[in-house]
Design a protein around this ligand. Sequence first.
Ligand code: F6P
Length: 341
Amino acid sequence: MRIGILTSGGDCPGLNAVIRGAVLKGVQINGQEFVGFRDGWRGVVENDVVPLGRKDIQGISKQGGTILGTSRTNPFEGNGGVERITENLKRRGIDAMIAIGGEGTLAAAKRLTDAGLKIVGVPKTVDNDLGATDYTFGFDTAVQIAVDAMDRLRTTGESHSRCMVAEVMGRHVGWIALHSGMAAGAHAILIPEQKTSVEQLAEWVRSAYDRGRAPLVVVAEGFVPDEEDDAHSERGLDAFGRPRLGGIGERLAPLIEELTGIETRATTLGHIQRGGTPSAYDRVLATRLGMAASDSVLEGLWGRMVALRGTDIVHVSFEEALGTLKVVPQNRYDEAAILFG
Ligand code: F6P
């Protein structure tokens, strides 16, 4: 069987380890052949294909990014959809696809599978917000990068007796903020799931400062302060009715200064969290998911995604995979909050 692999959506450390795992298991054990689509669905709709043999995947599990490239191309938005893809696969002699991606990728894969194409999915998101899998590869690496950065922010913060604000990724959920904040010993963690007022934040900062600490605040990029109601947001105004400029970390720093009188600096970690070499944990998880995806193709498990449950690799339907966003539960936040202030 000839299989096309694609990586789609935002990149994530561990993508290459998935590709290597699938190709090694597929070529050595399952009697499969592979090609790679360049830049996610773009390569599928534009028939942009590269060879993917044993030689092409040598030593790549420790490399960040994806050797296939990625994009946010949606195959259904003016890109020909099912007919064009079916025609391209036929022309290339490709029987099945392994789609590695997050919600958008899996939603497109589901529509294509419903139309009769043979696709299995591999979950990918640095944010760790897919409900059907316990962990996604890339998350552990992102957390470690964020913790390293926070350890550095703390020494400069302590030297100047400043409050340091670290903004981490997490558009809809606060997993990276929660884990990195707990590991770095943050005095406050702010996440999209949890309404928190700037007043409360100022209290935590003040209390840490009064104990002689340089306060460290970790904020997920999708956090909205309690005071910043919908009316403010719609008009592009912050909690204090001023024009909203920059990310949430940059916006919180002057508010903290104003309320506490403590000099405050903000750092946005941004895409550094998605770059570079994956952690050992992510390499192992990604390799196992890649191998399981090759097995799923062998077994004809179309419309299913490989996933981690406990320490086992299982499969779930695309419907289940797309069902729920995995938010930080209240008890996990409350547990972390014991350490604030
Ligand atoms: O979904 C993963 C993620 O890293 C988010 O945390 C972040 O908001 C977004 O992707 C950034 O996307 P882009 O790379 O397109 O700027």
